[in-house]
Design a protein around this ligand. Sequence first.
Ligand SMILES: [Zn+2]
Length: 429
Amino acid sequence: MDNGPRRPINKQRDTDVNLRVAALMGSNGQWDVNKLQLLFPENEVTRIFQMQIGDVADRDIWAYTPQGAYTVKSGYVLASKMKEAEAVRIMESAPGILELKRHIWTVPTIPKIRNFLWRAVSGALAVTERLNTRGLDLDTRCKVCKSAVETIEHVLFKCTMAQDAWSIVGLQPLPSQMHLSLLELLNMYLQKMSDETVPVLQRQAIPWILWTIWKNRNMLLYADTQESLIIQIQKAVEEANLWKELNTMQPTPTTVNGLNEETKKWDPPLPSYVKCNIHANWRNAKLHSGVSFIVRDQSGNVLHHARDANTFSPNRATAELRCLVWTLQSLKDLGYQDVVIGSHFREIVEAIKKPLEWPLFRMFLQKINTFCGMFRSVAFELETVSSNQIEREIAKSVLRDGRFQSYLALGGPAWLHQRILRDALLISS
Ligand SMILES: [Zn+2]
């Protein structure tokens, strides 16, 4: 959805910038479809067509309310958005920020912490100094040490709490470094990760330490219970080490009850296993979602495929989990014993791995767990969009073509024959 008014996208590269609306109207005063189709792609033509035109005088229209009239509320929302965009622009124009952001995606740590680092660099952590740039008038002093303005670099490096945390690991910033900016400090600490003069246990834990400092600050501010900083830092160092060990181990082939990393092409299951790729096509909470699965053997031959329409799900995760429950039930009924479930929906795979972290979905996760217990072995694999294409197409066809009847069939759907064949051929390549 567009947030505001914009030009339609043009079909041709060279466009007449002085073109007026009147030139797109026919002699009857209505839109001239042929002219529109000549200049704009189909979706834009549809949008333009929805605009009412007629024999009325020109006037200014406020584009940010459904009725086209100005309201104070919509004006305020627009003004705050512009202010926020301005702040982001200033942050983004700082020298070196792009390089640092690019570097963050390669930092050896878990995605959650990479995401946190990204937010720190983007000025998107909710410290009081940042909140005030959004028009909140808060006392900007750090609540922990009460001695300085609470900026992101203060929280992560300069606050007494942060200094304590860094000195527990033996990596505290020197007094001469205390004037450095957030970008300089982050750069310096991320560089330290590959500095071989620093003991490996310490330097590999740097992202985890930053995350711990941030979590601890939030705990001090908002939580009733507190955990000793020393223990938290020890845990962070252990976690970093464990993660490092797990990630430098040799990759194992498809494992039972394990999780595999993403792959580009469709990977076949081990002999005697079947692999079942699933997909739920969720668009919004008001529409049905299309669900599908396709079961293939180690050579890529389709054994079964099925499609169904589910009633409304409030969000994508629910739609995918319902799809998984339905799939497991069906696979059980079909008598499969050793299965690998492939989904490109990362959250599903995460939720199954750590059900305690997904309390909202515990009902589904419990059901899934019970079903899994009925098979000899079940493994879950994360697919990429490209390796999960066929079941995606089938699920999409439910909404796109209005195929609401459910069905289960032997073999694959004829209209996707070519793609199934291609996946099968890729196995040997
Ligand atoms: Zn402080």
